[in-house]
Design a protein around this ligand. Structure first.
Ligand SMILES: NC(=O)c1ccc[n+]([C@@H]2O[C@H](COP(=O)([O-])OP(=O)(O)OC[C@H]3O[C@@H](n4cnc5c(N)ncnc54)[C@H](O)[C@@H]3O)[C@@H](O)[C@H]2O)c1
Length: 303
């Protein structure tokens, strides 16, 4: 595997491109936006270490077919719209060698639906869903569709592992995959708490970022819950706190994103971040993520 096609070079595509380059691969990128090449080069340069020669392995081409034809692996990052993905995957399927995996970064579309654009080789279409920013967050969700060959899933997992990612394999497709469904469950209750006037947007952000979010960055929800049970572990927690948790579930909110609620949420986050510079906040988040990942890597007792 030496050349990856990065198709669509917006927020996610640019970050993937930098990641693949940093791991020694050649990248052939494409995006139809008029200023796409210049913007991609700026974005990749900002992510790579200063004066990194890896940028010399980035080639920009005019169309998706040309990129796919040159690639050993395709990472698609176009707009999250079924019609766009169909048209794009038809081009990729036509141009790529039959053994080349066509992976979509889609946040929640079903791979079987995306593969409808691929009459030739639907068996090589898979979701390879990263988390923003892909050059920092290790998780990739690998999701097969109805027609995806099991060996394609194996090879995708192997490829992502080889470039330092931490892939998980889903056994079936479903809207939003796994991690975004978990986030959606949390957002549903967070929005509901704001709507009910229980807490402000800023307080809910504090509750997670200075509360359970700190532990979730180290261990997942099950392992954390297991530790909460002391010597009795998860079995004890489920016996002891399971029944009250079931009562909380019955009270959880169900929200609709009405224009009024959206306005309240946006006003809440604006108030929380008033006086904060956007670019400095992103840089601070990324710097802390970097150190956190290094600290985790140095801790052999973590799973
Ligand atoms: N932003 C996130 O947090 C995030 C996280 C994980 C996955 N994703 C997924 O990644 C994909 C891209 O999202 P994004 O946030 O980078 O969006 P974005 O809007 O930043 O980028 C999309 C890019 O696709 C380009 N594009 C439009 N039509 C195209 C075509 N026919 N062929 C190739 N490129 C085309 C656009 O010019 C744009 O540069 C989506 O499927 C999204 O669900 C997004």
């Amino acid at each position: 595997m030496s050349t990856v096609a990065v198709v669509g070079t917006g927020v996610i595509g640019a970050s993937w491109a930098a990641h693949f380059l940093a791991h020694g691969l050649d990248v052939v990128a494409t995006d139809p936006a008029s200023d796409a090449e210049e913007k991609l080069r700026d974005d990749v340069t900002a992510i790579l270490p200063p004066d990194d020669a890896a940028i010399d392995r980035l080639r920009f081409v005019a169309d998706a077919g040309e990129a796919a034809a040159a690639a050993d692996f395709v990472q698609e990052n176009g707009p999250e719209r079924e019609d766009v993905k169909h048209a794009l995957f038809a081009v990729l399927d036509e141009a790529a060698r039959p053994d080349v995996i066509l992976a979509s970064s889609s946040s929640g579309l079903l791979p079987s639906v995306i593969a409808r654009g691929c009459p030739r080789h639907p068996e090589r279409v898979v979701i390879g869903h990263p988390f923003n920013p892909p050059h920092l967050i290790p998780l990739v969700e690998v999701v097969p569709g109805r027609d995806t060959a099991p060996e394609v899933v194996d090879r995708a997992v192997e490829f992502y592992t080889s470039v330092g990612k931490r892939p998980i394999r889903l056994s079936q497709e479903l809207p939003g995959h796994v991690a975004n469904r978990l986030q959606a469950a949390l957002w549903q209750e967070a929005y509901s708490l704001v709507e009910r006037g229980v807490a402000t947007v800023a307080d809910i952000d504090t509750a997670i970022a200075y509360g359970p979010g700190l532990r979730w960055a180290v261990l997942g929800p099950f392992a954390n819950q297991h530790l909460s049970g002391g010597a009795g572990g998860l079995a004890h927690v489920l016996r002891h706190l399971g029944p009250p948790t079931e009562a909380w579930w019955r009270d959880l909110g169900r929200v609709h994103l009405t224009p009024e609620l959206a306005e309240t949420l946006v006003a809440g986050v604006d108030a929380e971040l008033a006086g904060t510079d956007h670019d400095r906040l992103v840089a601070a988040r990324d710097a802390v993520l970097d150190r956190l990942l290094a600290a985790k890597a140095a801790q052999p007792d973590l799973p």
